[in-house]
Design a protein around this ligand. Structure first.
Ligand code: B12
Length: 221
């Protein structure tokens, strides 16, 4: 069983979705995340273990490689795709409450900003590391974040901005969220965002990559 879990983590790390997938070339013809996740469930391995001992270690390894510039956006997207394929078999168990997730993260690209590639990547990595993600999309306004936070008490909020002109929205949203839900934690990120800006607007954490956010969340739960 541990061998299969190890294999599953490699499928996520190297982006092997299913047996038919030609990528990556060194795993051609082998079972992928799809087949292995099914096999593990059929042999009675709890979904929680498949997530924490199979999928998450693979996602963590790709997150670290991405931070170290050893892999790039396309490889991370392939990993996220493999992860999602496996998750489609596990989701019914999580939705039924049979298996637990570590927490909830509400994420969105701030008002006025339509860039979502980085935000989607962060969402995938966070989900891949065992959190429920509520993705509010792009051009998200303060009241949408506040309403979602009220619907998901205790959730963590993640804001993404790619335009210098939308950074003020980040400040507006951070203030609104903290005013409406005292104690709420807000993470900020995106190419123009800096630690200094994070401090200035009173957000709780800035990270230049998804892995930094995952590590912060893991330390909090
Ligand atoms: C793709 C792109 C677009 C696409 C967006 C498609 C999409 N679905 O996202 C389109 C063509 C629509 C677009 C439109 C525009 N764009 Co544009 N776009 C880009 C481009 C080329 C890539 C951005 C990207 O996806 N990067 C890859 C991702 C993976 O990186 P990332 O977003 O930074 O995310 C990473 C981190 O920042 C972090 N992260 C991101 N979010 C978060 C959140 C949290 C909580 C955390 C912890 C981490 C985190 O994790 C991610 C992974 O490491 C950049 C230039 C560039 N090379 O960066 C310009 C760029 C961002 N765009 C720019 C501009 C000006 C525009 C337009 C205004 C152009 C125009 N005149 O219409 C419009 C704006 C539309 C709008 N209202 O949003 C400028 C911004 C300049 C500035 N300083 O403000 C840039 C820098 C180009 C330039 N050099 O001029 N754009």
């Amino acid at each position: 069983m541990s061998e299969l879990l190890q294999k599953l983590s490699e499928c996520v790390e190297f982006g092997k979705g299913n047996k038919a997938a030609p990528y990556p070339p060194q795993m051609r013809g082998e079972d992928g995340a799809d087949e292995i996740a099914k096999q593990l469930l059929e042999t009675g391995v709890p979904p929680q273990q498949i997530l924490t001992l199979g999928l998450m270690p693979g996602m963590e390894r790709i997150g670290i490689k991405f931070r170290e510039n050893k892999v790039f956006v396309p490889q991370v997207l392939m990993s996220a795709k493999a992860m999602n394929t496996a998750m489609s078999h596990l989701k019914p168990f999580f939705l039924s409450g049979e298996a637990k997730q570590k927490g909830t993260v509400i994420i969105g690209t701030v008002e006025g900003d339509l860039h979502d590639i980085g935000k989607n990547l962060v969402a995938m990595m966070v989900e891949g590391n065992g959190y429920k993600v509520v993705d509010l999309g792009v051009d998200v306004k303060s009241d949408q974040f506040v309403n979602s936070l009220k619907e998901n008490p205790g959730a963590f909020v993640g804001l993404s901005a790619l335009l210098t002109t939308t950074m003020p929205s980040m400040e507006k949203i951070t203030k609104a969220v903290k005013e409406a839900v005292p104690g709420a934690k807000v993470a900020v990120g995106g190419a123009p965002v800096t630690q200094e800006f994070c401090n200035k607007i009173g957000a709780d954490i800035y990270s230049r990559d998804p892995q930094g956010l995952v590590e912060f969340l893991n330390a909090m739960v």
